[in-house]
Ligand binder design. Structure first.
Ligand SMILES: [Zn+2]
Length: 255
């Protein structure tokens, strides 16, 4: 327990240090703008470091938001941008404060300007929020657009004819398994082919999303009869198995 508190304290100090340099520069810029250059206070210790702090502050003014910067990374191309209104609604974040260290600092990072680094806990928090967001109407729409634009990996089976797959997680718990891809034609799951996806946590997509998307966005997908699922994967929505009511109907039901 003491060890966890020490780690948490170190993280908070690191964040404070980074913010201090930014705040010092802001005060100097404000004084300069008011025509009071003689009253400038040097918070950092030397003129050179103050100039560097001003440069950093100027750079931050032109920086994108954390979410935009995160989603622009090559290894994060499976994620959609979570609406900040969704993140600011505490109801949507219920229980997540127990999942990450320095929850409030991580949340502040996500909602602020990108400062040139991605804190590990902030990334984890964003991933867990993302899993919830893509089950919402807006999140499903955003992921459906990525699916339609074929931005996810393709099924490796030849009979599926380059069918675009959907990212799935085998568990809602982070750290259990990396992301997999579900093919709607052969209804099987595959490990990522792209190297940048092999370390993405499956919990950031979860077991429900892919099947909820197919249920709420019916599409004409010809099944691959040559290769029925061989991995033993069972599609589920909120923990419930999915089955097709009859051979003549393609509509899925949750049982
Ligand atoms: Zn397939």
């Amino acid at each position: 327990m003491r060890e966890i508190h020490s780690v948490l304290r170190c993280r908070q100090l690191l964040r404070s240090h980074r913010r201090f340099y930014g705040l010092a520069a802001s005060k100097q810029m404000k004084n300069a703008a008011e025509g009071r250059p003689k009253k400038i206070k040097f918070f950092v210790g030397s003129q050179r470091s103050n100039v560097e702090a001003l440069k950093r502050e100027k750079h931050l003014e032109n920086s994108p938001g954390w979410i935009e910067a995160f989603c622009s990374q090559k290894e994060n191309d499976l994620f959609v941008r979570v609406d900040t209104d969704f993140i600011r609604d505490q109801f949507n974040l219920h229980g997540l404060s127990n999942e990450v260290l320095d929850y409030h600092g991580s949340l502040r990072d996500i909602l602020e300007t990108y400062r040139g680094y991605f804190d590990e806990e902030a990334q984890k928090l964003y991933g867990l929020i993302h899993r919830r967001y893509i089950l919402s109407t807006k999140g499903l729409e955003a992921m459906a657009r990525k699916f339609k634009h074929e931005e996810f990996e393709k099924c490796p089976r030849s009979c599926c004819e380059d069918q675009t797959c959907l990212p799935v997680g085998l568990s809602d718990d982070p750290g259990v398994s990396t992301v997999r891809f579900f093919c709607p034609r052969c209804e099987d799951v595959f490990d990522p082919i792209a190297v940048q996806h092999r370390s993405v946590d499956g919990a950031y997509f979860g077991p429900t999303f892919a099947h909820l998307l197919l249920l709420t966005h019916p599409m004409e997908i010809k099944p691959c009869v040559k290769h029925p699922s061989s991995s033993g994967y069972v599609p589920r929505i909120f923990g419930f198995k999915i089955h097709k009511p009859s051979a003549s109907s393609d509509d899925m039901e949750v049982a």
